[in-house]
Design a protein around this ligand. Structure first.
Ligand code: PGA
Length: 260
C-alpha cells in the first residue's frame, strides 16, 4: 500500500508564536497518523515549526524556493537554505505562485531539480484554470505541466516527488472538484507518467488532491480510487479540523498487540 500524504498549506497566515501553539495542539491529535503529516509554513517560521515538531511525526515544508544557487537574488531563499533550517519538503509551482509571481513550468522544473538534489521532497502542484476546464483543455494543460515540470527528472527521483492535482477553480473557492473529476484527473496524470516512465514507476508516484478540502467533504474524497492524500489550505489553519482530515487517511488495520 502506498504512503498517504496530508499536507497543510498555511500560505501567508500565522505569526511565529501562533505556529508554536498550532504545532503543540496538533501533535497529540495526529500522533497515531499512519500518513505523512506535512505543514508548509512561511519561511520565517520554518525553524520554529521544526523545533516545535521535534519528537513528533510532523514534518515541515517551505511554500516555494528559488531555483538559483547563492547570489544576488534579494528576498529569495534557495533549497540549501530550506534544508539548513530543517525543512523536509517544499511546495513547487503552487497556482498562487504561478498567477501572482508568473512562475513558469520551466522555472518549476528547475526548482524541482534543486530541491531534489538538496534532499527535499518536492510537492509539485498542477491543475487547470476555470477557462481551461470550460474549454475542454484540462488534459492538454496537465500534459504540458507534467511534461515540462518533470523534464530531465530521473525515474529514481520520482519517489521524492508528490504530485498535487489542484484545479485552480477549486482553490479557496469552496467549490471542490467532484469525486469523478478527481479520479479522472488522477488516472490521466498516472497515464502520462506511464508514457514518460513506465507502469511500475507511475504506480509508485504519490498523487494527492487539493482544492477546498474540509473536514466534511474529506470523508468522500479519501475514498477515491488512486488518491494518495490531500493538500489543504483554508481548513488546515485550525489544528482540530486539520487533524480530522489527517485521520481520514489512517489505514484501518490495528496493530496486533504483542503477547506478554
Ligand atoms: P484551499 O487551498 O484548501 O483553501 O482551497 C488549497 C491550496 O491552495 O493548496
Amino acid at each position: 500500500m502506498s504512503k498517504k500524504y496530508v499536507i497543510a498549506n498555511f500560505k501567508m497566515n500565522k505569526l511565529d508564536s501562533e505556529i508554536v501553539d498550532y504545532v503543540n495542539s496538533l501533535k497529540p491529535l495526529v500522533k497515531d497518523a499512519t500518513s505523512e503529516v506535512i505543514l508548509s509554513v512561511p519561511f520565517v517560521s520554518i525553524k520554529t515549526a521544526v523545533e516545535s515538531a521535534q519528537n513528533s511525526n510532523i514534518l515541515i515544508a517551505g511554500q516555494t524556493l528559488n531555483e538559483n544557487d547563492f547570489g544576488a537574488y534579494t528576498g529569495e531563499v534557495n533549497a540549501e537554505m530550506l534544508c539548513s533550517v530543517g525543512a523536509s519538503a517544499v511546495l513547487v509551482g503552487h497556482s498562487e505562485r504561478r498567477s501572482h509571481f508568473k512562475e513558469t513550468d520551466k522555472e518549476v522544473n528547475k526548482k524541482i531539480m534543486k530541491s531534489l538534489r538538496s534532499g527535499l521532497v518536492s510537492i509539485l502542484c498542477i491543475g487547470e484554470t476555470l477557462f481551461d476546464k470550460k474549454n475542454n483543455l484540462t488534459q492538454n494543460v496537465l500534459q504540458k505541466q507534467i511534461t515540462e515540470c518533470l523534464n530531465s527528472i530521473y525515474a529514481n527521483e520520482l519517489s521524492h516527488i508528490v504530485i498535487a492535482y489542484e484545479p485552480v477553480w477549486a482553490i479557496g473557492t469552496g467549490i471542490t472538484a467532484s469525486c469523478d473529476e478527481i479520479e479522472k484527473a488522477i488516472t490521466t496524470i498516472r497515464t502520462m507518467l506511464v508514457n514518460l516512465y513506465d507502469e511500475k514507476i507511475a504506480q509508485a508516484v504519490n498523487i494527492v488532491y487539493g482544492g477546498s478540502i474540509n473536514e466534511k467533504n474529506i470523508k468522500e474524497i479519501a475514498k477515491i480510487k488512486g488518491i494518495d492524500g490531500v493538500l489543504v489550505g483554508g481548513a488546515s489553519l485550525d489544528p482540530t479540523s486539520f487533524s480530522k482530515i489527517v485521520m481520514e487517511f489512517n489505514t484501518k488495520e490495528k496493530k496486533t498487540k504483542k503477547a506478554k
